[in-house]
Design a protein around this ligand. Structure first.
Ligand SMILES: Cc1cc2nc3c(=O)[nH]c(=O)nc-3n(C[C@H](O)[C@H](O)[C@H](O)COP(=O)(O)O)c2cc1C
Length: 344
């Protein structure tokens, strides 16, 4: 399936694994890229600017050793690490230097996805380095602004997404067509996508691919999250998700004792900003590394309610494209037969 997006990135399938920091997604990114999609390394935002920069550089080398295909790096904007230094510029410099130092990495590391803030201060650096600039937004206004500032690709991520979501809730099926009408660059639809039906729907609203997070946590290539985390995602049902204050804005995760406790800590109002920041990081690690999905924070999207099994990335990515093509073909054949010749 060729779209402007696959052509721009030099990939086979318009299916992207989006960043899921502060966790490492190195093996996952390589698996998605090897499957013909685009994998993304995540920013180690919890490690601070200096240590995080070292970790990101190691992740770039490791990813390039696991795949010969294109991959991306996700860097949230304007965030502050626990040492209160902005990591955005530090991580961008790592990406630019890694490409300058190694021509193989330069040919593979094609894109930077900025998110969580205004990319205006960073767009020129990304573009000057010859990278494709993708920016993730939750509103049409931010999509327009990002394109004005030079973004090559917009990721339209609806409120139902996992992890950091948006302060003004606009859901995927409203946001997608709003944004594809408003901008000329390729748009990826994100938030709640799980299979080929989601890809077909994305194409129908004018997007040129999809980006997913939660689906990939419950996959065979996820080696960074404790199996209990993937289990909690598979066990989740509609209504089991909740939003709570994260680091850049609201975060979506599963409702559990950890999310309830966070609510009471915030309501008490006795924690300092720093101690709350540390508490949240520790609670996220408790779920992701130790597998305590009761007291830890389990970041995940609403799509968790629809996932029932661990999937193989090597089958999921091309399978989504096959299914999307079949669905669109079937519809094109069946609708005229049913007497539907025009839906306008
Ligand atoms: C555990 C987790 C961590 C995430 N961390 C980040 C992040 O560091 N940066 C970012 O831009 N998005 C982050 N996201 C959002 C994803 O990149 C993606 O936009 C989202 O998962 C898409 O919605 P979906 O979960 O319904 O597929 C995270 C999502 C999850 C589930």
């Amino acid at each position: 399936m060729s779209t402007r997006y696959t052509e721009l990135l030099g990939i086979d399938h318009p299916v992207v694994q989006d960043g899921m920091g502060p966790f490492r997604t190195t093996g996952l990114a390589a698996a998605v890229s090897n499957a013909g999609g685009l994998g993304s390394l995540s920013s180690p935002t919890a490690s601070g600017a200096r240590d995080g920069a070292r970790e990101l550089r190691a992740a770039i080398d490791e990813c390039a050793s696991l795949t010969g295909k294109p991959f991306a790096v996700n860097i949230p904007v304007d965030g502050k690490g626990h040492d209160s230094h902005s990591f955005t510029r530090a991580f961008l410099e790592v990406v630019v230097r890694a490409r300058a130092a190694d021509s193989a990495i330069a040919s593979q590391l094609r894109a930077v996805t900025t998110s969580a803030g205004n990319p205006a201060d960073h767009s020129a650096m990304i573009k000057d380095a010859g990278l494709v600039h993708q920016h993730k937004v939750g509103s049409t206004q931010h999509a327009r602004k990002a394109v004005e500032q030079g973004a090559d690709v917009v990721i339209a991520s609806g409120y139902e997404m996992g992890g950091h979501t948006h302060s003004k809730p606009v859901h995927t099926f409203v946001l997608g067509p709003n944004i594809t009408e408003a901008v000329d660059v390729p748009v990826l639809l994100s938030g709640g996508i799980r299979d080929g039906r989601g890809l077909a729907a994305a194409l129908c609203v004018g997007a040129e691919g999809v980006a997913m997070g939660t689906r990939f946590i419950a996959s065979d290539a996820n080696t960074e999250w404790h199996p209990n985390y993937a289990r909690a995602i598979l066990d989740a049902r509609e209504g089991d998700d909740v939003t709570y204050p994260g680091f850049f804005g609201p975060v979506r995760g599963l409702r559990n004792a950890g999310s309830e406790l966070l609510g009471s800590i915030i309501e008490n109002g006795t924690s300092t900003e720093d101690s709350l920041h540390e508490w949240k990081l520790a609670a996220m690690r408790k779920a992701q590394a130790d597998g305590d999905t009761v007291d830890g924070l389990v970041l995940a999207g609403q799509v968790a309610s629809a996932l029932t099994e661990i999937v193989a990335v090597a089958e999921l990515v091309p399978g989504m494209v096959r299914d999307a093509v079949r669905i669109l073909d079937d519809l094109a054949r069946r609708l005229p037969a049913a007497g539907v010749t025009s839906m306008s």
